[in-house]
Design a protein around this ligand. Structure first.
Ligand SMILES: Cc1cc2nc3c(=O)[nH]c(=O)nc-3n(C[C@H](O)[C@H](O)[C@H](O)COP(=O)(O)OP(=O)(O)OC[C@H]3O[C@@H](n4cnc5c(N)ncnc54)[C@H](O)[C@@H]3O)c2cc1C
Length: 513
């Protein structure tokens, strides 16, 4: 199937949908989305969306918290755009009918999450992403200018004379198609599936990252992966995220003896940033030789059930009671801070190719993302990318201080199965990293990348192959970056370089094929 549009968007999460709404005012839009149209990380987001709308809050305070979480690597201009434009876009969602929770006075009820200095998180109980997606779809679905192709897996972007002119895809029946357009937006979301343990759904395999890198775009800051501390670990039950909003409302991490332990490791206790909480949990589990738990038993059960109905239901299905039982938890890969490098308007290093949402590296998160800033980023930068796609071509000003050229691989070992790669990434490139483990990972991943490269991803219609291809490519880029950065900062922790080293490492590094 060959199609033409003015704009093509790959992905139907918050970034892709918000961009589509803006682009439809200027031309015909085609959205390619690889699963059912509603399937995205966005749909699973629980805690909420951060915006400085409270009486005790301000964009400056939100910027301050965002920069502190980012551990010295946020781009201050990008952060300023996020926090000053954020409230406007969130109010727009409310005008479009988003049913966020309200307090007794009828104002938006604001939740608290780790590393936020005030209550700032708008939420729809504990299923905020689903509510935001509902509101966006209500505007996308009836638009005569937006065509949505579900089960359309984008495999590569089309390049002509060094510029991106659209995307190629494979449909549900395995038939190849192309969409030509004057501007292409990658809104493919995250890459949590690159790791064995993750909060992300099956779609999050880093496809956009792999596609952009293969086309020659710059990707940066990929060593920075956020590991969420509290994923439910009940035998035989699916892994399920227990939102940070639970700790925001008073839930505590406890050890086998039932003692709260976070204060012993971090002054901010249970609401320290996610990387600090995750590592403290690992240390406490090592110290006691037993699992750690999340406990809400000291809170009012009626409040717990009312505020967190979706999480309570998932716990019930796993045979535990959220309000009364202590629930075994451990960390899992949650969010990739790095991505396809963009300027403040979503422009990548390739003319005609834009990126927004989790796949992009706008610089707002630096080395670690402040909780609930990612839905906001998708909204604000999805809209900004759309405006730039409509406007005349402009050369981007990109941020990386250093760009490394990655040599094309030699044909390597035979193709791996995805689970071996995910297991290696979890063991060697996970929460605690070291030179030896990272060397080992990069060696294996480079060899697998050779096999993937030799099998020519652009030409294949096999979805299983594309899953492995993306996981290997994204995994290699993350592992290479983690091996290179010989310090610890934000989500990146090196046991052999446990301190932050501003003298050598207060910089961004990009990779390019
Ligand atoms: C369990 C969970 C809870 C979270 N809670 C919060 C929260 O409370 N607050 C917050 O701010 N953030 C939260 N996050 C993070 C946040 O949900 C994501 O960062 C954000 O939704 C990403 O939006 P996006 O539009 O960039 O991508 P996504 O919403 O992931 O959408 C990506 C889209 O691209 C499609 N796609 C991918 N590859 C291809 C391809 N090759 N071809 C075609 N289509 C493709 C996917 O099918 C999907 O439609 C949470 C994440 C998870 C997993």
């Amino acid at each position: 199937m060959d199609l033409r549009g003015d704009f093509v968007i790959i992905g139907s999460g918050i970034a892709g949908l918000r961009a589509a709404i803006a682009l439809a005012a200027a031309g015909d839009v085609v959205i390619l989305t690889k699963a059912g149209p509603a399937e995205s990380n966005t749909g699973y987001a629980q805690g909420g969306i951060a915006a400085a709308v409270g009486p005790d809050d301000s964009p400056e305070l939100h910027a301050d918290d965002t920069m502190k979480a980012g551990d010295g690597l946020c781009d201050p201009d990008a952060v300023r755009l996020l926090v000053t434009d954020g409230p406007r876009y969130v109010r727009e969602l409310l005008e479009w009918g988003a049913a966020f929770d309200r307090d007794a006075a009828g104002q938006s009820a604001l939740g608290r999450e780790g590393a936020h200095s005030v209550r700032r998180v708008l939420h729809a109980h504990d299923a905020t992403g689903r509510e935001i997606a509902r509101v966006l779809w209500q505007r996308v679905a009836p638009s005569p200018r937006i065509r949505v192709l579900g089960d359309a897996l984008a495999t590569n972007v089309l390049m002509r004379d060094g510029a991106c002119v659209g995307a190629a895809f494979v449909d549900a029946a395995g038939v190849a198609g192309r969409v030509e357009a004057r501007a292409t937006l990658l809104a493919t979301g995250g890459a949590g599936q690159v790791f064995r343990e993750t909060t992300n759904p099956a779609i999050a395999t880093g496809d956009g990252l792999a596609i952009a890198f293969r086309a020659g775009a710059r990707v940066s800051d990929l060593e920075f992966v956020q590991f969420h501390p509290t994923v439910m670990q009940v035998a035989a039950a699916p892994r399920f995220l227990l939102s940070e909003a639970l700790r925001g409302e008073g839930a505590r991490l406890v050890n086998e003896a039932g003692e709260p332990f976070m204060q012993r490791y971090e002054p901010a206790g249970d609401l320290a940033s996610r990387d600090l909480v995750s590592r403290a949990m690992v240390r406490e589990a090592e110290r006691t030789g037993a699992p750690v738990y999340l406990s809400l038993a000291h809170l009012d059960p009626a409040f717990v059930g009312d505020r967190f109905p979706t999480i309570a239901d998932a716990c019930r299905q796993a045979g535990v009671d959220l309000a009364r039982d202590r629930i075994p938890v451990s960390p899992a890969a949650h969010y990739v801070m790095g991505g396809v490098e963009t300027d403040a308007d979503g422009r990548t290093s390739l003319p005609g190719l834009f990126a927004a949402g989790e796949v992009a590296c706008t610089g707002v998160h630096g080395a670690n993302r402040l909780a609930s800033n990612s839905l906001l980023e998708g909204l604000v930068f999805g809209a900004r990318a759309a405006a730039a796609m409509i406007g005349p071509p402009v050369s981007p000003t990109l941020r990386a201080s250093r760009v490394e050229d990655v040599p094309a691989p030699n044909a390597g070992a035979s193709l791996p199965d995805a689970d071996s790669v995910r297991d290696l990434m979890w063991r060697r490139v996970g929460l605690v990293r070291s030179r030896e483990g990272l060397h080992d990972a990069v060696r294996s991943l480079t060899s697998w990348w050779g096999a993937v490269h030799a099998a020519a991803p652009d030409a294949s219609a096999d979805r299983g192959f594309h899953r492995v291809s993306s996981i290997v490519t994204a995994g290699l880029l993350i592992a290479r970056a983690a091996l290179r950065r010989e310090e610890s900062r934000g989500g990146h922790f090196r046991a052999d370089f446990p301190g932050r080293d501003d003298l050598h490492w207060k910089l961004h590094v990009a990779d390019r094929l």
